[in-house]
Ligand binder design. Structure first.
Ligand SMILES: [Zn+2]
Length: 201
């Protein structure tokens, strides 16, 4: 029985207790030199299996203690090694990327809502109502296709009291901007009546 010195492929050195004739011991030493040490092998196994010991800073010392019980002494193992190349580090990186992705999604979502109001906005018709010689833009819940004088009368009495007086010199440009104001105020999507459309609105 003898303690033989070994240098493993991972760069760690140590001693292993061997029995038997020298020739057998020499071949065992040669085969050990071609592989990583027991501690490196065990830590890697812990990492692959998600064993909590894989992320402990003193994992090499834990592995060395187990090696000692198998008559393997490993000398130059790291004392404390942060789990930088382990699954833990990959998980942290993944969490960081997912958080960034959520931020980007939120940012894109904001931009999508801004230029276009929700498509589910209720549609109503806007039409010109003449009262006392003045023209007013009024809103009716009747759609523009159904607009007839009766619908218009109903419209002017309807629940939407948002209206705008069309100035005497009102051109289509002005009327359109008044309608845009009324849309903003009512939250409705306003379709111009047949008459307004014929006026180029
Ligand atoms: Zn090693």
């Amino acid at each position: 029985m003898a303690w033989e010195t070994v240098e493993w492929a991972c760069g760690h050195t140590g001693k292993i207790q061997l029995y038997g004739p020298q020739r057998q011991r020499d071949s065992r030493i040669a085969s050990e030199a071609g592989r990583k040490c027991f501690a490196c092998w065990l830590v890697e196994k812990w990492e692959q299996e998600g064993d909590p010991r894989a992320t402990k800073p003193d994992r090499y010392r834990l592995a060395a203690a187990i090696a000692e019980n198998k008559n393997i002494r490993i000398f130059n193992l790291p004392e404390d090694a942060p789990a930088s190349d382990s699954r833990e580090a990959l998980r942290a990186e993944r969490d960081k990327l997912l958080a960034r992705l959520a931020e980007i999604d939120a940012e894109l979502g904001k931009d999508q809502k801004k230029p276009d109001e929700p498509a589910s906005r209720k549609t109503a018709a806007v039409f010109a109502d003449i009262r006392d010689g003045k023209a007013f833009l009024c809103i009716t819940s009747k759609t523009s296709d159904l607009l007839c004088p009766a619908a218009m009368r109903e419209g002017s009495d309807s629940a939407y009291d948002i209206e705008r007086e069309i100035p005497a010199d009102g051109n289509p440009e002005i009327v359109r901007s008044l309608i845009a104001e009324m849309e903003k105020e009512s939250g409705l999507k306003l379709e111009p009546s047949q008459t307004l459309r014929e006026m180029g609105i």
